[in-house]
Design a protein around this ligand. Structure first.
Ligand code: ZN
Length: 245
């Protein structure tokens, strides 16, 4: 049965619910894999954790998850992100903090290794360059790896004999067949897209057909922004959701 690959959810309940409803309308969903940053930035950390944990969830730690549960200090965060991390930490139950504490840096499910940043630097590295991609393939023990962190949807095909890896940008509905080459996959961000498209981004993995399909889903951005204003979160974090930047 299909698996939803949904990362960088960032406490955005409207976006997560829209993604899950979209996937579940296409057919039964077996599991959800999350390459980190469940919380941080958005107004609904507990509800987002609840929605994800109500499913068969495999998640790894993102930098915002570690900051919210006290496993990482926020010295390296920008001011708005640090304030959002403190705001999030103050709202989590002990059980939710424990759950974030328990998240591994990497997880393997079948042919996929899941990590937030990269296998070289699991929490902090933005995998964006050819050199980053080569370093990832060197460390990748499974045919496919899933990353997040940059909030940019892409896939990278390994070239034979150490050739330059090819970055490719998916559109809504782009389908990639598995089995030809090793891949690095970024599903994009559910809760704070940064590729100038404000729609939530995720990937549906169909294990029967051996395909990955990127989807973009509209959600009630204004409702999320209304809650963020009520919560007193930074204006910059609120406004960027409209532009997807
Ligand atoms: Zn993130």
């Amino acid at each position: 049965m299909p698996t939803v690959i949904a990362g960088d959810v960032h406490s955005n309940l409207e976006a997560l619910r829209a993604v899950l409803a979209h996937a579940e309308a296409l057919g039964p969903v077996d599991a959800v894999w999350c390459p980190g940053d469940i919380v941080g930035y958005g107004p609904d950390p507990s509800a987002v954790l609840g929605e994800l944990r109500a499913r068969r969830l495999t998640a790894v730690a993102g930098n915002h998850d570690l900051a919210a549960c006290g496993r990482m200090d926020t010295d390296d965060f920008n001011a708005a992100a640090a304030r959002a991390a403190e705001w999030t930490a103050a709202r989590l139950s002990f059980a939710e903090v424990d759950f974030l504490h328990s998240l591994p840096m990497t997880a393997v499910r079948g042919d996929f290794t899941i990590v937030h940043g990269s296998l070289r630097e699991p929490v902090w590295e933005y995998l964006l360059s050819d050199e980053d991609a080569l370093a990832q393939f060197e460390r990748q023990a499974t045919p496919y790896s899933i990353v997040g962190h940059s909030h940019l949807p892409f896939w990278i095909e390994e070239e034979p004999a150490g050739g330059t890896p090819r970055f490719r940008g998916p559109n809504d509905g782009t389908r990639v067949e598995l089995g030809k080459r090793r891949l690095i996959i970024n599903p994009g961000s559910v809760g704070q897209p940064r590729d100038a498209d404000p729609r939530a981004s995720y990937v549906l993995y169909d294990d029967q057909a051996a395909t990955l399909t990127w989807h973009r889903v509209e959600y009630d951005v204004e409702e999320t922004q209304r809650k963020m204003r009520l919560a007193g979160l930074d204006a910059w974090l609120i406004e960027r959701l409209s532009a997807g930047l």
